[in-house]
Design a protein around this ligand. Structure first.
Ligand SMILES: Cc1cc2nc3c(=O)[nH]c(=O)nc-3n(C[C@H](O)[C@H](O)[C@H](O)COP(=O)(O)OP(=O)(O)OC[C@H]3O[C@@H](n4cnc5c(N)ncnc54)[C@H](O)[C@@H]3O)c2cc1C
Length: 475
């Protein structure tokens, strides 16, 4: 029987494991941490009964994709839940903007810019199920829907600062800035619109759902599926070298590229090892989880009903903050992403005490404390917030990295989203998952299509491994 070892149990490692196991491969997953799930872990970080997502909270790209078509995780307990408002963006003096899954509702609230929001995101949202078949794969492939992909590329390619000029109001421009800034890129950089356009479109197609009972349910469902297929996971097994691993036909690394190169050592062709070590990481996240009594008193009312709140003010303010972190400087007013998952999934709260999961964008390797800056940013748009905090759990950048080796320097998206690395990651190659030696593959978010708990990197990498075994092409 063909045997595979997967190093790392993040959503991509587990998706690769499930895909291989379902194709008849005997799979063992080795996880360095004490629990499974990588960036999909959840736990009671602040007070008993209040469940926080330690990393991923919202899953617009996981609801419907080739991996979710391949295996139905609802059979293993995964349930999605949607907030009423997908994401909101408070501004000064109680103003703001918000995105509903219903684009018409979004447009009505955007008033003067509503028609333009609809004109851009409406056609993209209608075509998104087809478009994502192309962009959730390596870029070097024959497109299935070339015209739809080209249409998407027309909006994804420019800097966010250019695209934002189509809107006249501060509200619409800020709404787009918040979603574009998920890329951790300067908003005037080439292709800095790409992630904003993808996530913004996904909001009107699939919404931004949370996993019921916490994102840990995503990992648990994948482990359940894997075990049904005869595979298993061993935790507390940090892999340092290939020589520690049992004999296997396929070794799949759910790790950063440089870590894979270190672990594989001389087994890799030197030019590939060098390319993996040159892979660039981006800025960092400073994470604070709060237990908040009565929820956050946002002045902008739709933010009180939103799963995600982008806290950073106007387009100009967010652009300035993102510019600074990319230059290695800490902004006074950082961009903060804040999750109110409990609004979609009330089971995560204990009575009237609710989990709030927030992180600020900070420079790579930032060694300061951003807790106060995060709280000040929230307080700006929700006066009284600080008085409602019951408990907080702070994960500084060093701890972000030490709890998950893939987050090099605190980079939670496993690689800078430069135009080059958006197109080609972890290196320029028609087989980005291959490590250049038969049987060795990379499957983490450092491979296409990149970050997010959607499992598509792992699914694609497993496809590449199975194609190699059968002597066919996976593209
Ligand atoms: C604060 C935060 C918020 C986020 N928000 C979202 C969100 O809302 N939506 C979304 O889709 N994504 C979000 N993400 C990103 C998402 O979590 C990641 O992109 C995703 O988890 C990447 O999956 P992965 O399988 O590639 O790697 P990871 O999830 O990072 O998992 C890698 C696993 O491999 C293990 N490992 C590494 N090296 C070794 C080794 N040598 N030996 C054994 N095990 C090893 C690690 O311990 C880890 O468990 C967020 C991340 C963070 C940190």
């Amino acid at each position: 029987m063909t045997k595979a070892i997967v190093v790392g149990s993040g959503p991509n490692g587990l998706a690769a494991a499930v895909t291989l196991a379902r194709s008849g491969v005997e799979v063992t997953v080795l996880e360095g941490a004490g629990t499974v799930g990588g960036g999909t872990r959840s736990s009671e970080l602040t007070v008993p009964g209040v469940v926080h997502d330690e990393c991923s909270g919202f899953h617009p790209l996981a609801v419907s994709n080739a991996f979710s078509d391949f295996i139905d995780l609802s059979d293993h307990g995964l349930e999605w839940a949607w907030p009423e408002v997908q994401y909101a963006h408070p501004l000064a003096r109680g103003a703001g903007a918000a995105a509903w899954q219903d684009i018409g509702e979004t447009a009505r609230h955007l008033q003067d810019d509503g028609q333009m929001w609809k004109r851009i995101f409406g056609p993209l949202a209608n075509r998104f199920p087809d478009i994502q078949q192309d962009f959730l794969r390596p870029m070097l492939h024959v497109p299935i829907h070339p015209l739809k992909l080209a249409h998407f590329g027309g909006f994804a390619g420019p800097p966010a600062s250019w695209l934002s000029r189509v809107w006249k109001t501060e509200e619409a421009r800020a709404l787009f800035a918040g979603v574009a800034a998920h890329s951790f890129r300067p908003l005037n950089a080439l292709a800095s619109s790409a992630i904003g356009v993808a996530l913004g479109t996904a909001a009107h197609t699939y919404g931004w759902p949370v996993a019921k009972n916490g994102s840990q349910s995503i990992a648990n469902a994948m482990v359940g599926a894997l075990e049904t297929l005869g595979g298993h996971v061993e935790t507390g097994m940090r892999v340092q070298s290939l020589s520690e691993l049992p004999k296997a036909d396929i070794i799949m690394f759910d790790t950063g590229p440089a870590a894979a190169a270190r672990i594989a050592g001389d087994a890799l062709p030197p030019r590939i090892s060098r390319a993996l070590k040159r892979y660039r990481h981006g800025p960092a996240a400073f994470v604070v989880n709060f237990a908040v009594e009565g929820g956050i008193p946002w002045t902008y009312a739709p933010a009180r009903r939103a799963g995600t709140v982008h806290v950073g003010g106007s387009f100009r303010e967010i652009a300035a903050a993102e510019q600074l972190i990319n230059r290695g400087r800490m902004p006074e007013h950082p961009f903060v992403l804040l999750g109110q998952q409990y609004l979609a999934d009330p089971s995560r709260s204990a009575g009237d005490v609710h989990p709030i999961d927030a992180y600020a964008h900070v420079p790579a390797g930032f060694d300061g404390d951003a807790t106060d800056a995060i709280e000040r940013q929230i307080e700006r748009f929700a006066p009284g917030f600080r008085g409602r905090i019951i408990a907080r759990h702070v994960k500084d950048v060093a701890e972000v990295e030490s709890t998950n080796a893939n987050y090099v320097g605190g980079d939670i998206v496993t690689g800078a989203n430069s135009a080059m690395q958006l197109l080609f990651r972890p290196r320029v190659s028609a087989s980005p998952y291959s490590l250049g030696r038969p049987g060795l593959f990379l499957c983490s978010a450092a491979t296409p299509p990149g970050a997010g708990a959607h499992g598509m990197c792992g699914y694609n990498a497993a496809g590449a491994a199975l194609a190699e075994l059968s002597g066919t092409s996976s593209l």
